[in-house]
Design a protein around this ligand. Structure first.
Ligand code: ATP
Length: 278
């Protein structure tokens, strides 16, 4: 059950259990000591409403963490996820902050992503892709707690928890003049680093089992058993595409397998292809 409001860039899901795999929030498989520690940090962050900055390579699970924080904090509004790269360069301000109706421009009023997340959480993926002028506007919203919609004569109060993510070092972007220092300083106190999958190896096999079970259930089949040799291959691989790559690998292996045992020759690594096995 999901709502797809104003634009394809926005995904807002009320019932996470029925949503596609890419946006499940209930299932957070964290076994490695680094992940367990991170989960404790997440639980602490869920008790307040300050903005959160999540840094991690692509496919590590940043959006899943944001959904987890939202769920734990029991906010009444929606979780709204926006890929900032999808904001149009000319309309970005109206898309993000909304605009009021304009008869001359033939526009009806629009709440914008911030308005859609009222009472809930706005997740901005790859915040570094936001233009410097929008970064400045976002900082002002955080400072003042109000948003000026495009064309509005007065400001509208906003109660939105902001969670942003980045796959690169924002501090270096600040030093290079490509990221707003004030916004960075506002985000930094609640900073989380989500390690790459290769840095938390104890998560690999539990995640592999989890995805196998998940897709087996969807396909209505018995999950095959991972053999010792398969486990070894999974542990030896560096996972450049992180958890998303592991998920695709397991999904594909399940389709290839058709047996009770999942063997190394069934494995396909989306970032590399099939690997030679002895
Ligand atoms: N700890 C985890 N437990 C279960 N599933 C996970 C976990 N981490 C990631 N996933 C799954 O891996 C996939 C990728 O996660 P997600 O989209 O949150 O990554 P991301 O870091 O936001 O990616 P991108 O950088 O491309 O935006 C999703 O299907 C997600 O459900």
């Amino acid at each position: 059950m999901f709502q797809r409001p104003e634009s394809p860039a926005l995904l807002a899901f009320a019932d996470t259990e029925r949503t596609p795999s890419s946006i499940r929030a209930g299932a957070l498989v964290f076994v490695d000591p680094k992940s367990v520690q991170l989960k404790q940090q997440l639980e602490q962050l869920s008790t307040h409403t300050k903005p959160v900055l999540i840094e991690g390579e692509q496919g590590t699970g940043k959006e899943l963490l944001a959904r987890f924080i939202h769920r734990q904090s029991e906010r009444s509004g929606l979780f709204v996820a926006v890929n900032t790269g999808s904001l149009s360069p000319t309309q970005g301000e109206a898309e993000l902050f909304g605009h009021i109706a304009s008869i001359s421009a033939g526009l009806s009023s629009r709440a914008g992503w911030l308005g859609s997340a009222q009472g809930g959480t706005l997740y901005l993926d790859e915040i570094g892709d936001l233009s410097l002028s929008l970064q400045q506007r976002l900082f002002e919203v955080l400072e003042q707690g109000v948003v000026w919609r495009v064309g509005a004569a007065q400001a509208t109060p906003v109660a939105v928890r902001l969670i942003v993510s980045t796959s690169f070092d924002l501090q270096r972007a600040v030093q290079a003049g490509r990221f707003n220092r004030d916004l960075f300083e506002r985000l930094q106190p609640s900073y989380l680093r989500l390690p790459a999958l290769r840095e938390r190896p104890a998560d690999i096999l539990p995640l592999a089992e989890y995805f196998l079970n998940y897709y087996s259930q969807r396909l209505n089949i018995q999950p095959p058993r991972l053999t010792e040799a398969t486990n070894q291959q999974l542990l030896n691989y560096p996972w450049p595409g992180n958890t998303r790559e592991l998920e695709s690998c397991m999904h594909f292996a399940l389709l290839m397998c058709g047996e009770t045992q999942l063997l190394p020759q069934h494995l396909y690594w989306p970032c590399v292809g099939f690997m030679q096995t002895d």
